[in-house]
Every structure is written in C-alpha cells, then in structure tokens.
Ligand binder design. Structure first.
Ligand SMILES: C[S@@+](CC[C@H](N)C(=O)[O-])C[C@H]1O[C@@H](n2cnc3c(N)ncnc32)[C@H](O)[C@@H]1O
Length: 258
C-alpha cells in the first residue's frame, strides 16, 4: 500500500470481478461445486494427471483469490482439515457462501486483499491459487505474504497464464503465433475495453528468484497444454484449444517453504 492509499488495481479488478460474477462465474460455480474431481485451469486437466498438489490429508489450506471457491471445495473433499478462501470481491464471496451453505463443507471465507491477509504468521500447510492472487496480485506482494502465512515445510502451489501466452496475447481478439510485447514489460498488464482489468505476470527467471528470495525452494514447474479432445472455451475464448495443444497456455508452480 502506498502513502496515497491502496494500489489502483484493487478497485479496477474488484469491479471487473463483480461484473464477471454477474455475467458468468455465479452460474459456472454451480457446475464446478457439483464436480468432485480436482481439475486445473481452463482445460480442466485432472490433478491425477498433473500431480501438482501434495497429500491433502489433515492439511490446513488457504486459497488466495478463491473466487467462488470451487477449487477449495475440491481440496476439502480430498481430505484437508481446514480450507479458508480469501477474496477481494464481495459478489464472488456471496456465490461461495451460497454453495458452501448448500454443500455444507464448512469452508471459511474472508473478504481481504491477498497481498495483505489479516491472519497470523505460520498458520497453513498449503497456500494455493488457481488464477487468483497468482495473476491478479502483485507477485512482489502476494508471494511474500504466502510465505508469511505458511508453516516451515508448507507448500505454495499456483496456476497462472504461461509467460508465452502473456507475450502473445493481443489487446483484443484471439491469441496468435506472434510475440506482441517485450518480456521486460509483462509484470503489469493493463487490459482496456469495456471492463478494464490489471494482471501481473513475471517471466520465469524473475519468478524463480522471487520465490527463492522469499524462502521457497521450487519443486516443480508444470506446463499445462490443452488435451487432444479439448474444445474452445465458450467464455474465455481468447485462447483456442488448437493454440494450447501446441504451446502451454498455463503453468503450475509448486514450491516449498524452507
Ligand atoms: C478467476 S477467479 C479465481 C477463482 C477460481 N479458481 C477461478 O478460476 O474462477 C479470480 C479471483 O481473484 C480475485 N481477486 C482479484 N484481486 C484480488 C486480490 N487483490 N486479493 C484477493 N482476491 C483477488 C477476484 O475477486 C476473483 O474472484
């Protein structure tokens, strides 16, 4: 937070996610909560295939940027003892509360900025994010915050858009086979249009060093491709399945706090 107040992107992204909730995520949440298998990202690649997560049994887990908290619901059903979801957008949390009441899974939900979570140090065994803090928060703020919240030996697992997709994504329309921006500029990506938003995306070297310097050892970097039988996503249509079968559109980082 600067002396002038909270960072500019918080209000912009809260507005974007309030709109997304109305347009899409509230309805999608019912389908996702009804599912029990853990599956990652826009291509829904099963965890059984990617093996990105540690054993969840008995773990205390925090999701940073939980949205409608469907991923947290899967984590709870796979043995975690406590799952707490943090999100900035009240509309997303309203959907999460609705489904948490319906499924009686006992998730805890907290409205907060994932860059500054009002919880004590060393409280969780696993912190994760699937397109939450991992792309909507400043990595130089949320990764140290995740480190603070984790116990020694705890793990941080997050999915984000791949570096390559950030480099090839146009302002409008579909991703192509051309580099459209310098990698030096991708930490902060401002999207304009009808519903502006601000995303963050560090290159691999910078992200690796940030994790190392905040006390993590990197265990894995899993590049996620679209499966052979994947169809184009109906809502997130800017990346085609054809592109993502050739290049990884998403990546999962797994790191352990020393
Ligand atoms: C794509 S959703 C992630 C949840 C889910 N896994 C999904 O893919 O739909 C992104 C979420 O990040 C939240 N978010 C954006 N900025 C945030 C911040 N600074 N702190 C916490 N949550 C934030 C948004 O409110 C939104 O609910």
């Amino acid at each position: 937070m600067s002396a002038a107040g909270p960072p500019d992107y918080l209000a912009v992204n809260r507005a974007a996610w309030t709109r997304n909730n109305l347009d899409y995520t509230d309805a999608k949440a019912d389908r996702n909560w009804a599912q029990t298998e853990i599956a990652w990202g826009m291509w829904k690649v099963p965890e059984s295939q990617l093996k990105a997560l540690p054993d969840l049994t008995g773990k205390d887990v925090i999701e940073l940027g939980c949205g409608t908290a469907y991923f947290g619901s899967w984590i709870k059903r796979h043995g975690a003892s406590r799952v707490l979801g943090v999100d900035l957008t009240p509309a997303q949390l309203t959907t999460a509360h609705r489904l948490n009441d319906q499924y009686q899974l006992g998730l805890e939900l907290l409205e907060a900025n994932a860059e500054s979570v009002p919880l004590p140090d060393a409280t969780f065994d696993l912190a994760f994010s699937e397109y939450g803090a991992s792309i909507w928060c400043d990595p130089y703020k949320w990764i140290p915050e995740a480190a603070r919240l984790l116990r020694a030996g705890g793990e941080l697992v997050f999915l984000r858009s791949s570096t390559l997709s950030a480099l090839c994504m146009p302002e409008e329309g579909r991703i192509g086979e051309k580099l459209l921006r310098p990698q030096r500029d991708i930490n902060r990506l401002e999207w304009g249009g009808e519903q502006p938003s601000v995303e963050f995306s560090l290159g691999h070297g910078d992200l690796f060093r940030l994790l190392r310097d905040t006390g993590f050892g990197v265990l894995d970097l899993i590049e996620v491709f679209a499966p052979e039988d994947a169809f184009d996503h109906t809502y997130y249509s800017d990346i085609s399945a054809e592109w993502a079968r050739k290049w990884p559109s998403e990546e999962i980082w797994r790191a352990r706090k020393r």
